[in-house]
Design a protein around this ligand. Structure first.
Ligand SMILES: Nc1ncnc2c1ncn2[C@@H]1O[C@H](COP(=O)(O)OP(=O)(O)OP(=O)(O)O)[C@@H](O)[C@H]1O
Ligand SMILES: [Mg+2]
Length: 480
C-alpha cells in the first residue's frame, strides 16, 4: 500500500478537555484534505497522533516520550497559545520525541499543514520499514531509528550533499550506499567511492579529474577520473576530513560548479552527481580550527547526519549479534544465547563499534559446535573480561559525562536522582514491551513499587493526574 492510498487514523488528545482548542476543530480542519474522522478508544491509541497543549511542560514532554515511544511513533504537538510565548519549550518537546510542533494561531491553512506532515512521515516510515532497509540496517533504538529516518528523507526527497559524521565502524559507508540506492534519480548509475585518506597528492589530479593521453610519462591512454565516473550517479568522498588543504582547493571548483579539466586538457567538462562525504573527525571543529576550508565545508555539509556510537544504542547489540550470526553462515538458524553471554555482549566495550561487534561474533561462531546455545566457553580467551569485572562497570565515562553536565548546569541532587530513576524505569518498561511486572523484576522492585514510582513522576511534575485520566480521543484518518 503506498502512502497516497493508505488509510490512516490519527488520535487527537487535548490536555485541557472542554477548554481552548477542541479536538473536533482540528479534525474538522482535516476533512477537506481527505481525512475521515472515526472515534478511537484510548487503548487503540497506538499509531500516529496529535496532542493539543496550552504550553509545553515537563509533564507534557514525559507524556510525549511515552506515547511516541521516544520518537518511534509520530506525534505532532499543536500549541494553542500565541507565538513566541507558546513556542517556549518547543525544543524540549521535540527532544522528547515529537516529530513537529505547530502553533495553531499561526496556521493559515491548518488542515493542509497537518496532513502534509503526516503524509511525508508516512512515506518516510514506510521506507524505513521496507525490506531493503530492515534487512541491511539492523537496529530499533531511538538513536539509530532517528538517524535512518533522516537519511531516508534526505535521500528520497532532496538532491543535496550529505555529510555523515561518526566514529569508526558506526555504519557511515553502509548509510552512504543506502542513500545512493534510495535516490531514484541516481541509483541507475554508479556509486563512486574515493577514499581521501589514500589519495597521493602527486597523482590526485589524475584520480580526481582523469587525464589525456600523453599528459605525463606513463599516460599511455586517456583515462576518466572520479568526477567523470560519478556523472549521473553518486560520488562518495570517504574520510573527507583527511583531505590535505591543497587538494581541498582543487576540489572546490569541481564540487561547486560541477566542472573540471582533465590533466593535460584545456577544455572544461561538465559532470552531475550527488555528493556524499563521511568522516570520523569532528568536521565543524576542524573547520573552526582552520584545518578544513570553510567554503568547502559549507559545500559538503548541506545535511549533516551524526551516527551514534554503539554504546549510545546498547539495545541494538543483541539484534546485531543475531544478524551477524545469520550472516556468518555457520549455523542454519541463529543459535540461542545463554543469559551470561547476552550480559557479556551488552556490557563489553566496543571501541570499533559495529565492526568490532561483527568481528567478535565471527570469532565466537568459529568455535560454535552447531548444537545448543552459545555459551561463555565460545568467547575467545583473549576476549574474556577480567575476573573481577562487576555489575558496577556500567558506570562508564559516558554516564559520568552526563552527570558532570548536570552538575555544571546547577541541577540539584534530587533532580539528578529523579532523572536517572525515570530513565531506568522507562528503559526497563520499553525493554519488556510495556510489561510492568517483568520490568519491575528486572529493576529488582515489586510491580506495585514500580507503578507508584511511575505515577509519582507525573504528579511531581505537574501536580496533575496521570495523562491518561484526562484523555479525550478522536480521530481522523489520512490520505486519499
Ligand atoms: N546498523 C547496522 N546493521 C548491520 N550492519 C551494520 C550496521 N552498522 C554497521 N554495520 C556493519 O559494520 C561494518 C562497519 O560499517 P561501515 O564500514 O559502514 O562503518 P564506517 O562508519 O564506514 O567505518 P570506518 O569509519 O572505519 O570506515 C560493516 O560491515 C557494516 O556492514
Ligand atoms: Mg568507512
Amino acid at each position: 500500500m503506498t502512502a497516497t492510498t493508505a488509510v490512516r487514523q490519527l488520535w487527537i488528545h487535548s490536555f485541557r478537555p472542554g477548554q481552548g482548542l477542541r479536538p473536533e476543530a482540528v479534525a474538522h480542519s482535516l476533512t477537506p484534505t481527505g481525512f475521515v474522522g472515526r472515534a478511537l478508544r484510548l487503548e487503540d491509541r497506538q499509531g500516529p497522533g496529535i496532542i493539543i497543549v496550552p504550553e509545553i511542560s515537563q509533564a507534557i514532554c514525559e507524556f510525549v516520550r511515552t506515547v511516541s515511544g521516544n520518537g518511534a511513533r509520530r506525534v505532532l504537538a499543536i500549541l494553542e497559545g500565541e507565538a513566541p510565548s507558546a513556542s517556549q519549550g518547543a525544543w524540549e518537546v521535540l527532544q522528547a520525541g515529537a516529530s513537529d510542533v505547530l502553533i495553531w494561531n499561526e496556521l493559515s491553512d491548518p488542515g493542509n499543514a497537518i496532513s502534509a506532515r503526516f503524509r511525508r512521515w508516512q512515506e518516510v516510515d514506510e521506507l524505513v520499514e521496507s525490506p531493503l532497509v530492515v534487512k541491511n540496517l539492523v537496529g530499533g533504538s531511538p538513536a539509530w531509528k532517528s538517524v535512518v529516518r533522516r537519511v531516508v528523507e534526505v535521500a528520497r526527497f532532496t538532491d543535496s550533499p550529505v555529510l555523515l559524521i561518526g566514529e569508526t565502524g558506526t555504519g557511515k559507508e553502509l548509510l552512504a550506499r543506502l542513500i545512493h540506492t534510495l535516490d531514484e534519480k541516481r541509483n541507475q548509475r554508479s556509486l563512486v567511492v574515493l577514499d581521501c585518506s589514500t589519495i597521493v597528492p602527486e597523482l590526485s589530479g589524475s584520480e580526481l579529474f582523469g587525464h589525456e593521453r600523453g599528459a605525463f610519462t606513463g599516460a599511455v591512454a586517456a583515462r576518466d577520473g572520479a568526477f567523470a565516473l560519478a556523472d549521473g550517479g553518486t560520488l562518495f568522498l570517504d574520510e573527507v576530513g583527511e583531505l590535505p588543504l591543497g587538494l581541498q582547493t582543487q576540489l572546490l571548483r569541481a564540487l561547486q560548479e560541477h566542472t573540471y579539466k582533465r590533466v593535460g586538457s584545456n577544455s572544461w567538462r561538465r559532470t552531475d552527481f550527488r555528493l556524499i562525504c563521511a568522516t570520523n573527525r569532528d568536521l565543524p571543529m576542524e573547520e573552526a580550527r582552520g584545518h578544513f576550508r570553510r567554503d568547502l565545508y559549507y559545500r559538503v555539509a548541506a545535511w549533516t547526519i551524526r551516527l551514534p556510537s554503539l554504546r549510545k544504542r546498547a539495545e541494538d547489540i543483541i539484534p546485531l549479534v543475531r544478524h551477524f550470526m545469520r550472516l556468518s553462515g555457520m549455523a542454519d538458524a541463529p543459535p540461542e544465547l545463554e543469559a551470561a553471554v547476552k550480559t557479556y555482549f551488552v556490557t563489553r566495550d566496543y571501541p570499533g563499534n559495529v565492526r568490532d561487534l561483527q568481528n567478535l561474533v565471527h570469532r565466537i561462531m568459529t568455535s560454535y559446535v552447531g548444537v545448543g546455545p552459545i555459551t561463555l566457553g565460545n568467547v575467545p580467551p583473549d576476549e574474556r573480561p577480567e575476573a573481577n569485572h562487576t555489575a558496577q562497570d556500567w558506570f562508564d565515562p559516558a554516564s559520568e559525562q552526563a552527570i558532570r553536565q548536570a552538575v555544571a548546569l546547577g541541577v540539584g541532587l534530587r533532580e539528578i536522582r529523579r532523572a536517572v530513576e525515570a530513565a531506568a524505569i522507562r528503559i526497563a518498561i520499553e525493554g519488556e514491551n510495556g510489561n510492568l511486572k517483568r520490568a519491575a523484576h528486572k529493576l529488582g522492585v515489586t510491580d506495585r513499587a514500580l507503578q507508584k514510582r511511575k505515577a509519582g513522576q507525573y504528579q511531581r511534575e505537574e501536580g496533575s493526574a496521570t495523562p491518561s485520566s484526562n484523555c479525550k480521543v478522536e480521530v481522523l484518518e489520512a490520505c486519499r
